[in-house]
Design a protein. Structure first.
Length: 577
């Protein structure tokens, strides 16, 4: 936050010539200004935007020069956390229109950041709307727009729309049945506006899933953000059937079937981007629960170099992927990033000389040059059936989205034994227990021993928010856990997030993966072939010592990338470690 006193006088009534100001303060040269003015004459665009886009000066340089000229403070919105509630003194529409945002209270006045404090019409309108004394600060326009995107949640709009929809629905089913007639152009219907606003808010906070859950007395809507569910709003239970019905219609599901689970998908345009929405319905005691996974179209899978693996592990994993045949498994619970890792592996292997076929449910990323098949149980297009057909397509690499049943597992392992590289996933706690899980599924021991080349177990760990992290004093529980972890190394240097608007007051912003890689050597293969699971697990864990998921989580906590509490939470998902 700026420490200097804030001027309380209105902006000057004369218009400042930005180009002359920047030359005078040596932000750009006179020659640079001539180039920018020539470009402005051709395009008619704003001079400041041309200067930034041509690289003559940065937005912060321009804003700081303007602040010095006007004797106003400059506020860096990348490091400034506005006070809770103060931004509501202007609506989102007003903030975007006036390129201004309320930031804090200063000596009884409202501190307002403006991209252009010389805009007198905007200043006068802001003063009328806020109805209090105003103190001005200068902010960079790009940072201002990013802050507006981040700070103006749609919670109040969502609550208002749920109430409007509840009023719109009568006690009879007549209005709900009438929703079937709503076409794509029915943008003004309350249920359509509510869902659109929900998706906008979910995208704004980076939610991966939206949960619509009927409870005994109300409808609960929650967002999953960085792997953790957060309540968004509570609404009248009577709107739950209307939301479920509308979502079924756009997903092409059977609207008359409420007794059985259904799965579907649809696309929706949100803030200029297209979202792929995977939808699942589940009949519960109080109505149909709907969960939607949000995937942005056009997103591409990261490369192996961007998965966050330690360099030595990455080198070993690459070597396993480039073997001519065998089975490579990626394991972890739902939502641990397994699919992303598999696609990174496919991108590594994808070249014109390699035939790659996948069977998935659903297809989450589109990879050019890869033959991707969407499984569909409704028409008996199962994983096992597609996998059998794949083997007649002369593939080099096969991806099986998930080992769902013994039949699929055995077909995949046979393919791995007969000259194909097979990639797949399993839901297991850690790398050491994964081959044993295949034995439990009824796969013959000799097939597991000769086919499995490597197992990569992973979790997603939340990063501490860089904008609000602070030194953390360990709790007694954390001290006990740290004392039991290998190579204690002391209990200082840990951090935790206090919570701010940038992390939605959770203390965390974003996630990164942690991994452990088990390579099946001759000793481990012999244990599997002899069907000695206890010996196999003991030997595997000995080989992983110092390189487990827990070790990586603790290392990141010591480095200040995450909190010790998060390292404990992620490690607790592996009860057998």
């Amino acid at each position: 936050m700026p420490a200097e006193p804030v001027a309380s006088t209105p902006p000057p009534r004369q218009k400042i010539r930005l180009g002359d100001l920047l030359v005078e303060q040596k932000v750009i040269s006179a020659a640079d200004l001539e180039v920018a003015l020539a470009a402005q004459k051709k395009s008619g665009r704003r001079l400041g935007r041309i200067i930034v886009e041509t690289g003559l000066a940065g937005e912060n340089d321009i804003a700081q020069a303007l602040a010095r000229q006007l004797a106003l403070p400059f506020v860096d919105l990348r490091r400034f956390n506005p006070e809770t509630g103060i931004i509501q003194r202007l609506s989102e529409t007003q903030a975007r229109r006036f390129r201004a945002i309320p930031l804090a209270r200063r000596d009884g006045d409202v501190l307002v950041g403006m991209a252009d404090p010389t805009d007198l019409a905007a200043y006068d309108e802001i003063a009328r709307l806020i109805t209090e004394g105003i103190q001005l600060a200068v902010v960079a326009e790009g940072d201002l727009l990013a802050a507006i995107d981040r700070l103006y949640r749609r919670t109040d709009d969502i609550q208002g729309l749920t109430e409007e929809l509840a009023r719109d629905l009568s006690e009879s089913d007549a209005n709900i049945i009438g929703l079937e007639a709503l076409g794509e152009g029915a943008v003004d219907a309350p249920v359509v506006r509510l869902l659109q606003t929900l998706f906008e808010d979910a995208m704004q906070v980076g939610a991966s899933d939206v949960h619509i859950e009927p409870q005994e007395k109300q409808l609960v809507i929650r967002f999953r953000i960085d792997g953790i569910l957060h309540p968004q709003t509570e609404a009248d239970l009577k709107i739950a059937p209307a939301l479920a019905l509308r979502l079924k219609i756009v997903s092409g599901l059977d609207i008359s079937e409420k007794r059985l689970p259904q799965d579907g998908r649809f696309a929706i345009k949100v803030r200029g981007r297209t979202l792929d929405v995977r939808l699942s319905t589940l009949p519960t005691q109080y109505g149909e629960s709907v969960v939607m996974r949000l995937l942005s179209q056009g997103d591409s899978a990261p490369g192996l170099d961007h998965l966050g693996m330690p360099p030595a592990m990455l080198e070993r994993f690459r070597a396993i992927l480039h073997r001519p045949n065998g089975l490579v498994l990626v394991t972890g619970p739902t939502g641990s990033g397994k699919t992303t890792t598999l696609y990174a592996a496919l991108a590594e292997l994808n070249d014109p000389g390699t035939k790659i076929i996948t069977v998935e449910d659903p297809v989450e990323y589109r990879l050019p040059g890869v033959n991707q098949v969407q499984a569909n149980e409704k028409i008996d297009l199962s994983f096992a059936r597609v996998l059998r057909a794949m083997l007649r397509q002369d593939p080099d690499v096969i991806l099986v989205g998930e080992m769902r049943d013994p039949e699929t597992a055995q077909i995949a392992l046979r393919a791995a034994m007969t000259g194909h590289l097979v990639l797949s996933t399993l839901h297991t706690n850690d790398a050491a227990s994964t081959p044993v899980r295949l034995l439990d599924m009824g796969v013959p021991a000799f097939m597991v021993a000769t086919s499995v080349q490597g197992v990569l177990a992973q979790r997603l760990l939340r990063r501490v928010c860089d904008h609000c992290k602070a030194p953390h004093t360990l709790t007694p529980q954390e001290q006990v856990w740290l004392g039991s972890a290998a190579e204690n190394g002391g209990d200082t240097g840990f951090v935790a997030g206090r919570g701010c608007d940038r992390c939605h007051h959770t203390g965390y912003a974003g996630r990164r993966a942690i991994h452990e890689l088990l390579e099946i050597d001759a000793t481990l293969a012999d244990s599997l072939a002899r069907e000695e699971p206890a010996r196999f697990v003991a030997t595997a864990r000995a080989s992983l010592a110092g390189h487990t998921l827990r070790d990586q989580a603790l290392a990141l906590a010591r480095a200040g990338a995450t909190s010790l509490a998060e390292a404990m939470r992620v490690s607790a998902q592996d009860d057998t470690a």
